[in-house]
Write a protein that binds this ligand. Structure first.
Ligand SMILES: [Zn+2]
Length: 227
């Protein structure tokens, strides 16, 4: 049954409380912008509660939507990711510098990086692409999810970018504005002509999921049963 943070249902109060009582949360993505598309609202809400948030990003996105030289695009996307992290309330960002669109060749070393990062940061909660029900099946997204699975125990990880949600994070237009700003901060990936194409489907999804829990908008997550 769906749960909204703004209208919690029985049985889900504990889940919600656990999520927002974390001291530190680690989000792991394949590219700059992965996390913002699926859970920028959640990230901002966590930061407003004083939760420390770190993004660990496998690549700098050197093969993005626009195609300048790889090193130039990596620099632009790094800058954009850091800008987005500021919009979301000063999120720490760690880049892992694996080659974009080749992450499936680097699953094992990325898993080792994640293990080292976890022992260093000691996050209470880790968020990853959903390895079993991935929403956007780009090979790098699946590889990032597989690396997290190798590095972590199942019950340590919650999932964004999922087709099988069991937790809804509801919010209103104030948080929506911040989410959209954080996405548009990734300027090379959201030029106006592309943004025009992707904004409506994104909004339809946020509105549709929000309606399921009586909210204006909602992001969706999958929380493991053993969590
Ligand atoms: Zn991506």
């Amino acid at each position: 049954m769906p749960v909204s943070l703004n209208a919690p249902l029985p049985n889900n109060d504990a889940l919600r409380e656990k999520l927002f009582s974390a001291k530190r949360v680690l989000f792991i993505g394949a590219h700059p912008d992965d996390i913002e598309f699926y859970c920028a609202g959640l990230v901002y809400l966590l930061r407003m509660q004083g939760v420390e948030v770190t993004f660990a990003i496998a690549t700098r996105g050197g093969k993005g939507y626009i195609r300048p030289a790889r090193t130039l695009l990596e620099a632009m996307r790094t800058r954009d990711q850091l800008h987005s992290a500021e919009i979301l309330g000063s999120v720490d960002v760690i880049f892992h510098n694996y080659p974009d669109k080749a992450l499936p060749d680097h699953i094992q070393p990325f898993a080792s990086d994640i293990k080292a990062l976890i022992s260093d940061l000691k996050p209470d909660i880790i968020f990853s692409w959903d390895p079993d029900f991935i929403y956007n099946p780009h090979p790098d997204h699946q590889a990032a999810a597989d690396a997290v699975r190798l590095a972590c125990e199942d019950c340590q990880v919650c999932y964004y970018g999922t087709r099988e949600p069991n937790l809804w994070i509801g919010f209103g237009s104030d948080i929506l504005r911040i989410k959209l700003r954080s996405i548009r901060a990734h300027r090379t990936e959201t030029p106006w002509f592309y943004w025009r194409l992707i904004k409506n489907p994104l909004m339809e999804r946020l509105v549709g999921e929000g309606a399921k829990v009586g909210e204006d908008y909602a992001e969706i997550l999958r929380i493991p049963e053993c969590w």
